[in-house]
Design a binder for this molecule. Structure first.
Ligand SMILES: Cc1cc2nc3c(=O)[nH]c(=O)nc-3n(C[C@H](O)[C@H](O)[C@H](O)COP(=O)(O)OP(=O)(O)OC[C@H]3O[C@@H](n4cnc5c(N)ncnc54)[C@H](O)[C@@H]3O)c2cc1C
Length: 324
């Protein structure tokens, strides 16, 4: 039996993919299994990044045979590969790509699927065990995936600390035959260029209704720049039309796992928390001392964000020798 991971690229291998490799490598060690990986859009100059991470076999397919992002093309190939390998577990990043691919693959394999998990473990009797939030993050459920194969998507950055002393993967090339496609991807249009990606960011500065209007993001953007952070937002700010929905964190927005989350002018409702409860350190800036977010932040600053955030940015600039 094997573990199979599906790797995602966007210019380069995503952090979510590296996180899945780390989790799957630990599980493969514990279950004494081989770890196989499929990289639908390999960058041959980046193959060295996969050395030592615990992958035993890397399956590569000629890009002209199976176009990336085409489920119609990939599902029959992945179904056959999973069956031939007798894969016990198939894991992918919990990105839009990974979740859609695993849902389709689970349907084709008639297999169980746990989406958006926080961790992956392996019981002594050889059963995958995952932890995932339910009811908008109100509870964490531990699930045993008894049936084989099982499919799992893992949140980016949920598992840290990749293996470094594993094997160099053996590469197996595939040349599947492709039936005519009904749906063809013509172009990928990124939402914004240059911005740090929210779901993979180590630091997020997020703004809510307290921002007060569409033209008031400058203070937060400057803090993002000095911290190398991504800009997040509450749904209230998005619904008011002050920022694009791609920035929304929460139950109906993105689920993030940064090391540091700075919430500015956000009250901290359960729906917002659902998207950031996996953050490492939470800092809240809010002028209402009774705001809900103060109940679960690590550091709380009571005051006007338009006074506090610029001061914070100035201090950080001074610390980094960039003071004006
Ligand atoms: C089904 C469903 C799904 C939802 N999904 C999401 C989701 O994905 N993400 C999400 O965020 N919400 C979501 N919501 C909405 C959620 O319930 C809240 O309405 C929303 O999160 C509130 O956003 P907010 O904290 O920015 O606004 P508010 O709750 O209005 O809070 C604004 C805060 O800013 C503070 N403030 C104001 N001015 C300043 C200032 N100058 N300086 C400092 N502090 C200031 C105020 O004291 C207040 O605490 C969802 C709701 C439902 C019903």
């Amino acid at each position: 039996m094997k573990i199979l991971v599906l790797l995602e690229s966007r210019g380069e291998l995503t952090l979510g993919s590296l996180s899945v490799i780390a989790a799957a490598a630990q599980a493969a060690d514990r279950g004494h299994m081989e770890l196989h990986a499929v990289w639908p859009e390999p960058d041959h100059e980046q193959l060295h990044r996969l050395a030592g991470l615990g992958i035993n076999v890397l399956h590569l397919v000629r890009e002209d045979l199976l176009p990336p992002y085409s489920q119609e093309a990939w599902i029959p190939f992945l179904t056959e590969l999973a069956q031939n390998l007798d894969a016990r577990l198939i894991a992918a990043p919990a990105s839009a790509w990974g979740k859609a691919l695993c849902a389709a693959l689970a349907a084709r394999l008639d297999a169980e699927l746990a989406q958006d998990c926080l961790s992956l473990d392996w019981t002594l009797d050889g059963t995958p065990l995952v932890r995932k939030p339910l009811y908008a993050g109100k509870i964490l459920a531990d699930l045993r995936l008894d049936h084989s194969p099982a499919l799992v998507t893992l949140r980016p950055r949920s598992v840290k600390g990749a293996k470094r002393d594993g094997p160099i993967p053996r590469i197996v090339g595939h040349e599947p035959s492709l039936s005519p496609l009904r749906c063809v991807l013509k172009e990928l249009v990124p939402l914004s260029t240059g911005a740090v990606k929210l779901t993979e960011a180590r630091v997020i500065v997020a703004g809510g209704r307290g921002i007060g209007g569409p033209d008031n993001w400058t203070a937060l953007r400057e803090l993002c720049d000095i911290l190398g952070a991504a800009l997040g937002a509450s749904r209230a700010a998005v619904d008011a039309g002050w920022i694009h929905q791609g920035h929304q964190v929460g139950q109906t927005g993105k689920t993030v796992s940064p090391d540091l989350y700075i919430a500015c002018g956000i009250s901290g409702t359960i729906q917002h928390r659902a998207g950031m409860s996996n953050a490492g350190t939470v800092v809240a800036i809010n002028r209402d001392p009774g705001a809900e977010i103060f109940q679960y932040c690590d550091y709380g600053l009571v005051g006007d964000l338009f006074e506090i955030v610029p001061k914070l940015t100035l201090e950080l600039k001074a610390l980094r020798g960039q003071g004006s």
